[in-house]
Design a protein around this ligand. Structure first.
Ligand SMILES: CC(C)(COP(=O)(O)OP(=O)(O)OC[C@H]1O[C@@H](n2cnc3c(N)ncnc32)[C@H](O)[C@@H]1OP(=O)(O)O)[C@@H](O)C(=O)NCCC(=O)NCCS
Length: 180
C-alpha cells in the first residue's frame, strides 16, 4: 500500500499518542545512561506541554491506509526554553545560548517510524519535509536535534543527513546535534 503524508493541526495530534509513547519506550530500551528518566516521559508529559509552549509547531504523519505508521514533530521555541535538568542533576543549558544567532531556535523534537515500516524511505521524507518547514523561518539559523544515549541508528541517520555532533549533556544522557 502506498504511503501518504499529512500535516496535522495542533488540535489534531491525539492520533500520534501511541507512537509518541512507543518512541519513549524505544529510547528507554536503547539507553545505558539513566534509562529510568524515560519512565515519566509520555505523550501527556512531553508532547502536549511542548506543543502548547512552542511559538510554532509542525507535526507531519505518514499514513498507510487509515494507520499512522510514523510521525515527525518539529517546533520553534525561544532558546531559553532549553535550560533544565533531570532528577538530581543541576539545571544546565542544553547549548551555549551565545552561540545562537537570534532569540529563537528550531528543533526536530520527536521522530518515530513503526518498526515494520523503517528503512524504506519514510523517515527521509518526513525529515526532509520537517527541514523544509524549519528553514522556512528566515529568522531561524540554528537547528537542533537531541538524541538520547544508545540510539546509534538515529545518530547515524542524522549524521548522514548533514547534522553534526556538538556536545553531550546531562551525564551523557543526551547528544546535542546542530546544523552548523
Ligand atoms: C530513525 C528513523 C526515524 C529513520 O526512519 P526510517 O524510515 O527508517 O528512515 P529511512 O528509511 O529514510 O532511512 C533509514 C536508512 O535506510 C536507508 N534506506 C532508505 N530508503 C531505503 C530503501 N528503499 N531500501 C533500503 N534502505 C533504505 C537509508 O539510506 C537510511 O540509512 P542511514 O540511516 O544509514 O542513513 C527510524 O529508524 C525510527 O523511527 N527509529 C526508531 C525511533 C528513533 O530512533 N527515533 C529518533 C529519535 S531521536
Amino acid at each position: 500500500m502506498s504511503i501518504r503524508y499529512e500535516v496535522l493541526s495542533d488540535d489534531n495530534i491525539l492520533c500520534i499518542r501511541d507512537l509518541c509513547n512507543a518512541l519513549m519506550t524505544y529510547q528507554k530500551s536503547k539507553a545505558a545512561i539513566h534509562p529510568e528518566w524515560f519512565d515519566n516521559m509520555s505523550f501527556e508529559t512531553r508532547m502536549i506541554p511542548s506543543v502548547r509552549s512552542a511559538k510554532a509547531n509542525f507535526v507531519i504523519v505518514a499514513m498507510e491506509g487509515d494507520e499512522v505508521v510514523g510521525y515527525a514533530y518539529s517546533n520553534i521555541c525561544p532558546k531559553t526554553t532549553y535550560s533544565g535538568g533531570f532528577a538530581t542533576l543541576a539545571p544546565v543549558n542544553f547549548f551555549d545560548f551565545d552561540s545562537v544567532q537570534g532569540d529563537d531556535v528550531g528543533c526536530l523534537s520527536q521522530f518515530y517510524i513503526k518498526e515494520g515500516s523503517r528503512s524504506s524511505g519514510i523517515g527521509t521524507v518526513l525529515f526532509d519535509k520537517s527541514m523544509e518547514w524549519l528553514k522556512s523561518f528566515e529568522s531561524i539559523h540554528d537547528l537542533f536535534i537531541f538524541v538520547s544515549n544508545g540510539n546509534d541508528n538515529a545518530l547515524k541517520f542524522y549524521l548522514n543527513k548533514g547534522f553534526k555532533i556538538s556536545h553531550r549533556i546531562l551525564d551523557g544522557f543526551i547528544t546535542v546535534l546542530r546544523n552548523i
